[in-house]
Structure formats: C-alpha cells, structure tokens
Design a protein. Structure first.
Length: 84
C-alpha cells in the first residue's frame, strides 16, 4: 500500500492483504476463534472491577518490598490485605 499503513510498525503490503482475503474467503474455524483468550485471566465466575488506589511513594516502596519478599504481585498483596 502506498499510503503508509502499518501494523506493529511493519508496512502492510498488497500481498499481505491478498493473503488475508484468501484466508477469509476460505472460512474460519469458529470454535478455534472462540478458544482464543485475550487479556488477563478471570479471577472467578463474576466479572471483576478495577479500583483505583492512591498511595504515597513511601507506601508503594513498602508494598513493593513486601511483594518481593513474598514473591507475589502488588495486586496479590493488596487483595490479601483486604481479606481481614
């Protein structure tokens, strides 16, 4: 393509477009597409919500050190702290 279209920084060529068209015309395996999982894995059967939390630089340092020593993520340490 001469208008500079890119995907992940790589130019999209006419050959690539032709290959995508051929793939689409051949059809897709719907079950295989449904099995693709994107994003973070769920934590349960219910959808979870993102909650913003404001911490000072010192609080974050303490949290990160605790997480490092426990070999856990920040989120895991925060969730454990909430389960009192």
């Amino acid at each position: 393509m001469d208008d500079g279209e890119t995907i992940n920084g790589k130019p999209v060529t006419e050959e690539q477009i032709a290959a995508w068209v051929a793939e689409a015309e051949a059809g897709y395996d719907v079950e295989a597409l449904k099995k693709r999982v994107r994003g973070r894995p769920g934590r349960g059967s219910e959808p979870s919500q993102v909650v913003a939390l404001r911490l000072t630089v010192d609080e974050i340092a303490i949290l990160d050190e605790h997480a490092r020593l426990a070999n856990k993520s920040r989120s895991e340490v925060i969730r454990e702290a909430l389960c009192f």
